[in-house]
Design a protein around this ligand. Structure first.
Ligand SMILES: NC(=O)c1ccc[n+]([C@@H]2O[C@H](COP(=O)([O-])OP(=O)(O)OC[C@H]3O[C@@H](n4cnc5c(N)ncnc54)[C@H](OP(=O)(O)O)[C@@H]3O)[C@@H](O)[C@H]2O)c1
Length: 341
């Protein structure tokens, strides 16, 4: 099914400079879509965005717009004329900048995530003559934290209990992320229900794989630290088992949900489980690799992350293409090329 050819009205992707956003834009362009991508205005942005503008098909089919979740009205221009919006941006996923304001303003991050998302949904409603579907990006943090269900396979019917999550999470960053992802998805679903909007949520587990974005993706850093970090006290000791998915499978799932007329509700998107055995195997495959463990891993040591099921997505006809080896081989290759490791 992959290939070129114009697919009519544009699709808006928020968070175009991010790990998932940039990969998704590449995928949509490859499928022949016109894409309106939002990026943050940055006065200091000497950032090179040629990783977007040089993509095959970008010259003809990619338009960039500046928009910020702190000022949701700024998304309107990008949404104008689009048939669908894929909301990927989040203010809550910046593992790399531990000193930034999410540590001093947890509530502000959660608030920005919610009001930014609701602002985007309002703009979609305003443009409902053209916007027919919205895909919101949630995360398994909005599903898995439920007291007493640790050994249960979780599906889309589970919602994280934020009070419980906040009790068990010592690390401020992961707590903020869990709170923001859960409350934002909840509010988005509620808003869509009240206004009869066609909103689908995609719920990826930890995303690993190659990347084209300029920043070192937080989730790749996390995944590598789990496998190659401080093994004794548990860079990996933390989530003894954790679910993962390849970035290209996530991008394929977005396109699948975009194009599926019957898609509705939440969809968990996760192909693989990183177990202790798998970690050891991967470590042995790359004996020279050492990735500094993130301090935050120690703080959440011992937290057991339940298994999750992608059955709903699979039953809808989606197929995963990649396994753990593909994820780590590609991520490591990219990290080496870009001199991160
Ligand atoms: N990666 C994972 O493992 C994973 C797993 C589950 C769910 N998710 C979800 O997937 C989405 C993308 O994650 P990612 O890994 O691609 O994260 P990422 O690389 O950090 O990308 C986040 C994007 O959001 C943008 N952003 C941040 N604050 C913003 C603001 N105030 N206004 C507008 N844009 C803003 C960033 O722009 P700048 O480049 O300017 O900072 C960036 O483009 C998020 O919703 C995340 O919660 C990710």
């Amino acid at each position: 099914m992959e290939g070129r050819g114009s697919k009519g009205p544009a699709v808006c992707v928020t968070g175009g400079t991010g790990f998932l956003g940039s990969w998704l834009i590449m995928k949509l362009l490859h499928h022949g879509y016109h894409v309106h991508a939002t990026i943050r205005h940055n006065n200091k942005r000497d950032d090179d965005i040629t990783f977007l503008t040089d993509l095959p098909g970008a010259a003809e089919n990619l338009k960039l717009f500046e928009a910020d979740l702190g000022h949701p009205e700024t998304f309107s221009a990008a949404i104008t004329g689009c048939s669908a919006v894929i909301h990927v941006a989040t203010p809550a996923l910046d593992f790399n900048n531990n000193n930034q304001d999410h540590h001093t303003a947890e509530e502000a991050i959660v608030e920005r995530s919610i009001t930014g998302t609701l602002g985007i949904l309002k703009a979609c409603l305003h443009h409902s003559e053209t916007v027919k579907r919205v895909v919101y990006t949630s995360g398994t943090a909005a599903v898995v934290y439920n007291d007493g269900h640790e050994d249960q396979m979780m599906d889309e019917s589970f919602w994280t209990d934020v009070e419980y999550g906040r009790k068990v999470m010592k690390n401020k960053f992961t707590r903020t992320l869990m709170t923001a992802k859960t409350l934002t998805e909840w509010k988005a679903v509620e808003f869509a229900r009240e206004h009869g909007m066609d909103l689908v949520t995609l719920i990826p587990s930890i995303v690993v794989g190659p990347f084209i974005c300029a920043k070192f993706p937080a989730s790749i850093r996390l995944a590598l630290a789990m496998v190659f970090g401080e093994k004794d006290d548990g860079g990996g000791g933390m989530m003894t088992e954790v679910s993962m998915v390849h970035v290209d499978d996530v991008a394929r799932a977005y396109v699948f949900l975009l194009e599926s007329p019957t898609a509705e509700g939440r969809y968990i998107c996760s192909s693989s489980r990183l177990t202790k055995d798998q970690r050891d195997k991967l470590s042995a495959k790359y004996p020279d690799l050492a990735v500094p463990a993130m301090k935050s891993l120690k703080d959440i040591k011992g937290l057991k992350v339940p298994k999750i099921s992608s059955r709903k997505l699979l039953d809808a006809g989606f197929e995963f293409k990649y396994g753990l080896d593909d994820m780590f081989d590609a991520a490591i290759k990219c990290c080496k090329t870009k001199c991160y490791i």
